[in-house]
Ligand binder design. Structure first.
Ligand SMILES: Nc1ncnc2c1ncn2[C@@H]1O[C@H](COP(=O)(O)OP(=O)(O)OP(=O)(O)O)[C@@H](O)[C@H]1O
Length: 323
């Protein structure tokens, strides 16, 4: 186990903060803390990074307690949202700076050691390039190289993609995943974006009001949410009631439409997105969200009357999904 958080609590005023947080992270794992604004993601990262002290609990790295250590003595490194690179320095100088700062060695030696990390992130040949001329993806690589070069065993990433436009964000997301696979470095990533969490993570920790509400692989969290909160925060879902009065949830993409001029539902909205179409139905009592493939959606139009076919698997407990 590379990182362990044992029953960590940090409460600010008005009972806000993080409560009884337990998490173990394996070496090389990509773990995402996912939740809405204010649920305690940044607080958790700051506790691991040493910028905050827990009221109670222990943080361990490779079985060593680190809660008493200041940030610079912890084998973790934070990658900031804007990467915090030095614009007047070259790629290699930026990476070497991290090494010098943490290992307290001479500049020449740090520059020599830095080359290996520049290579590691696939920027060989860019050693002497200025930061300003690099693409967003390359800058992300430099920031990660600088963090890894410090000898950090765990990288902490606080919404590093959140200030970017959609296209760049998607590209950098892919790059980050690739880089993590190549380097095998352990990452704790914070986001409120479920798409980011689902696509990047080995494991997702879903948070609400300072507590963990579910931990699992992206597939587990998506297909087996353990509460309506998770069902609605990670992806969308429709709530139905079975004939025994129990609630169950079905994902919009698991519902099929059946054309029927006397059908119970009317199509109230259709939003064509190319590869898929988001459809909203209404039967006078309830809105139901459905996702059709772009192809299937050609058979339907705004105002059509339809019935729905949703998976009627046997409900277990109170919440059940169609798969
Ligand atoms: N220094 C502080 N003093 C008092 N309350 C704080 C402090 N820092 C955070 N909080 C509160 O603690 C809760 C958790 O904050 P935190 O920043 O960890 O959440 P978050 O999930 O990272 O949110 P965001 O995505 O908006 O950054 C919030 O309700 C916040 O208002």
């Amino acid at each position: 186990m590379i990182l362990e958080l044992r029953n960590i609590t940090k409460i600010y005023e008005e009972d806000k903060g993080v409560k009884n947080f337990n998490l173990t992270v394996k070496k090389g794992e990509f773990v995402t803390l996912l939740g809405p604004s204010g649920c305690g993601k940044t607080t958790t990262l700051n506790l691991i990074g040493g910028f905050l002290k827990p009221d109670q609990g222990e943080i361990l790295i490779e079985n060593q307690k680190i809660s008493h250590l200041p940030p610079e003595q912890r084998p973790v490194s934070t990658v900031f949202q804007n990467y915090a690179l030095f614009p007047h320095m070259s790629v290699l100088e930026n990476v070497a700076y991290g090494i010098r700062f943490f290992k307290k060695i001479k500049k020449k030696k740090a520059l020599e050691e830095g080359k290996e990390f520049v290579r590691l992130v696939g920027l060989e040949g860019y050693e002497h390039t200025g930061i300003g001329t690099l693409s967003g993806g390359q800058q992300q690589r430099v920031a990660l190289a600088r963090s890894i070069a410090t000898g950090a065993k765990v990288l902490l990433l606080d919404e590093p993609l959140s200030n970017l436009d959609v296209a760049l964000r998607t590209r950098l997301r892919r790059e980050l995943k690739e880089l993590q696979r190549e380097t095998g470095v352990t990452m704790i990533f914070v986001t409120h974006d479920q798409g980011e969490a689902l696509s990047l993570s080995d494991r997702i920790v879903v948070m609400d009001h300072g507590t963990i509400v579910q931990t699992g692989t992206p597939e587990e969290v998506y297909y087996h949410p353990q509460s309506p909160y998770v069902a609605n925060f990670v992806g969308k879902s429709n709530q139905f009631t079975d004939n025994k009065g129990r609630a169950y949830f079905v994902r919009p993409e698991d519902i099929r439409l059946i054309k029927n001029t006397g059908g119970n539902y009317r199509i109230q909205e259709m939003m064509f997105l190319g590869h898929e179409t988001e459809v909203v139905l209404d039967d006078g009592n309830q809105r139901v969200e459905v996702i059709l493939s772009g192809k299937d959606s050609r058979d339907y139009a705004y105002g059509d009357r339809v019935d729905i076919d949703e998976p009627k698997s046997e409900p277990k407990g109170t919440e059940v999904f169609g798969r």
